[in-house]
Design a protein around this ligand. Structure first.
Ligand SMILES: *Cc1c(COP(=O)(O)O)cnc(C)c1O
Length: 231
């Protein structure tokens, strides 16, 4: 069933990309597996997904342990932290995650930089932007994002790879469009403002209900739970 869901999803992504002249290979699908089991993660990986997202450090740790204990080739999976990260979890987070999407304060960035330095890692991160007042509780306001990116870019053991946002819950996917567009516009401003110019920045936006609109607005990472695990 998960396999069917993933196949159908890939077809939909390709269709939208073809329609708007984007290349589907620019888009990374992250299967957000919070509340799903390690067994379901295996199924997803066997369907060709290479990126797994979790929203809690402890839950990710437990599933990783199960996957490792069953000799599963967990090293081929890229792990993404998509939920709010508390500063006191930074130490564990840098050990587990390839990309942390939810940097919402300079204080958290500072702690991650410190912990990454301790294990000799440059931690890939995204800066979370609060593009709407609801439901996102976390993230920098659009006005403060550029300055935050500039500050966070100075940490030697962090690499700012892009931006993330969570659109509000709306009745029609179309209503999410302004929030995705806002994130893209902030990205464009950052690309112009930063010196040296950053590489192409990631836009992590779009969930099960609104990923099609997110692709149209330039998403390069989709965070998908229900559409993959439930169809
Ligand atoms: C749960 C979650 C998702 C996936 O949500 P679906 O609606 O199930 O696709 C994406 N991003 C974040 C931050 C989440 O917590």
């Amino acid at each position: 069933m998960i396999e069917d869901n993933v196949r159908k999803l890939r077809e939909e992504i390709t269709q939208i990309c073809t329609k708007i002249g984007r290349n589907a290979s620019e888009i990374t699908v992250i299967a957000v597996s919070k509340v799903r089991s390690a067994k379901e993660i295996k199924e997803v990986v066997e369907s060709g997904i290479t990126d797994i997202g979790e929203s809690k450090v402890q839950e990710a740790k437990e599933k990783l342990n199960i996957l490792r204990a069953t000799n599963y080739a967990a090293q081929n999976i890229k792990w993404h932290m998509v939920g709010h990260l508390q500063t006191n979890k930074a130490r564990d987070a840098v050990k587990i995650f390839d990309l942390i999407h939810s940097i919402d304060s300079v204080r958290l960035a500072k702690e991650l930089d410190l912990q990454a330095a301790k294990i000799g890692k440059v931690q890939d991160i995204l800066v979370q932007v609060k593009t709407s007042s609801e439901p996102a509780k976390f993230g920098f306001s659009p006005q403060e994002t550029i300055e935050a990116v500039e500050k966070i870019s100075k940490f030697k053991n962090l690499k700012v790879s892009g931006l993330m946002t969570i659109a509000p819950i709306v009745d029609e996917p179309e209503e999410a469009r302004p929030y995705f567009r806002m994130l893209r516009e902030i990205k464009d401003k950052i690309t112009q403002a930063l010196n040296p110019k950053p590489q192409a920045l990631i836009l992590s936006m779009g969930m099960s209900d609104d990923f099609k609109v997110a692709i149209e607005e330039g998403a390069t990472m989709l965070r998908l739970g229900r559409v993959i695990f439930e169809g």
